[in-house]
Design a protein. Structure first.
Length: 78
């Protein structure tokens, strides 16, 4: 759990808690000294699944995290 590693976060939900959940993600990463590559929030779950741009963004988050793991923690960029 305490191993230094790159991480990405995605949240799906309503508009009233989007900023809060992103802060919570950073707080979790800060305690463990993880490097956050992406921290994204998609408002309203149905819109995320029905929107090709949102699906592409989710795929890009996965590609970014893979690349960060490939280059190693010290070289990972966010």
């Amino acid at each position: 759990m305490l191993k230094r590693k790159p991480v990405s976060y995605m949240a799906i939900g309503g508009s009233d808690w989007g900023t809060t959940v992103q802060n919570d993600f950073y707080t979790q990463a800060l305690v463990q000294k993880w490097k956050v590559i992406d921290n994204d929030w998609f408002p309203w779950s149905q819109a995320a699944f029905a929107n090709p741009e949102k699906v592409e963004r989710a795929e890009q988050i996965g590609r970014n995290l893979y690349k960060a793991c490939e280059v190693g923690f010290e070289n990972a960029e966010w």
